[in-house]
Design a protein around this ligand. Structure first.
Ligand SMILES: C[S@@+](CC[C@H](N)C(=O)[O-])C[C@H]1O[C@@H](n2cnc3c(N)ncnc32)[C@H](O)[C@@H]1O
Length: 268
């Protein structure tokens, strides 16, 4: 009997995945991340760094849920995504919302690796879990540098991604308590923190690395232990409590597969 080959992870299969998500789920918050408590923690951390005179680029904006939140605080926001179905959903969201907010936002179908904007056009650039959908580490770095190209010198690149280091750390705690290891999502390629930081060092200085270890420990270790053998629900009251605690005490033992890199573009 011949073993079935694992399908090769290519750009096309990931693109098709996001196109299907956009078509099937539209403006549903769950289209781009299942855990809304986590999304809010991460987005609130980013919002604290957005100012009223900022011109923001949101790369890999999905169906525009968080883009609209940034628009409530910035001067202007451009959201781009390579999946046309995601951009249609984002435009639908903007059209059905508050008109003065929508007037501050534009959505465009674009690829993170080839942005159509001139150099230094934006004062802040945001990217939430977009790089991990680029299956080639060299292209992930190209996309980060491209974000740097369109960012003003001294401006912040707020990059929230999943790292292999963070993922391994969550699994270390899970194993410690007899839980199965979490798998890498099939369509994702997690960042290696050391090589990623080395590769972008010419463009960015690292201002901060925000880890959501308290929420990670409570939601990915304590919660599963409480409900095993069932799977914990993302929207369970326990995760709401975990998020409340994490707002007061954000990190615990770096037990978070998600990491927010606060990067400042170097002035040359
Ligand atoms: C996990 S979702 C995150 C969406 C949004 N940032 C959020 O936090 O809700 C990743 C998004 O990145 C988009 N994406 C992946 N690769 C991309 C690329 N090379 N260029 C532009 N968008 C991309 C996908 O279509 C998808 O909408």
């Amino acid at each position: 009997m011949t073993a079935l080959a694992t399908p090769r992870l290519t750009d096309k299969v990931v693109y098709d995945y996001w196109q299907r998500k956009g078509a099937d789920m539209g403006t549903d918050p769950g289209a781009t991340i299942r855990d809304q408590h986590y999304r809010n923690l991460e987005t609130d951390a980013i919002l604290r760094m957005i100012e009223s005179d900022d011109t923001v680029l949101d790369i890999g904006c999905g169906n525009g849920l968080t883009t609209m939140r940034y628009a409530s605080q910035a001067k202007r926001v451009v959201g781009i995504d390579y999946a046309p179905n995601m951009i249609s959903a984002a435009e639908e969201r903007a059209a059905s919302g508050n008109a003065s907010l929508s007037a501050k936002v534009t959505f465009q179908v674009e690829d993170a690796r080839r942005l159509p904007f001139e150099d230094e056009r934006f004062s802040k650039v945001i990217m939430q879990r977009c790089l991990i959908n680029i299956p080639n580490p060299a292209q992930q770095i190209d996309a980060a540098r491209e974000a740097g190209r369109v960012l003003q010198g001294g401006g912040l690149f707020l990059l929230a991604e999943v790292t292999q280091d963070g993922h391994d750390r969550v699994n270390m705690f899970r194993e410690m308590f007899g839980l199965d290891k979490l798998k890498v999502h099939w369509h994702n390629t997690y960042l290696d923190e050391t090589s990623f930081r080395d590769a972008i060092a010419g463009v960015f200085e690292v201002v901060d690395v925000v880890r959501f270890g308290m929420y990670g420990f409570l939601s990915k270790v304590v919660h599963p232990l409480l409900v095993q053998p069932d799977e914990p629900a993302f929207d369970a009251p326990f995760n709401e409590l975990a998020a409340r605690i994490a707002r007061k005490i954000p990190d615990f033992e770096a037990c978070s597969h998600q990491v927010l890199f606060v990067l400042r573009k170097k002035k040359h």
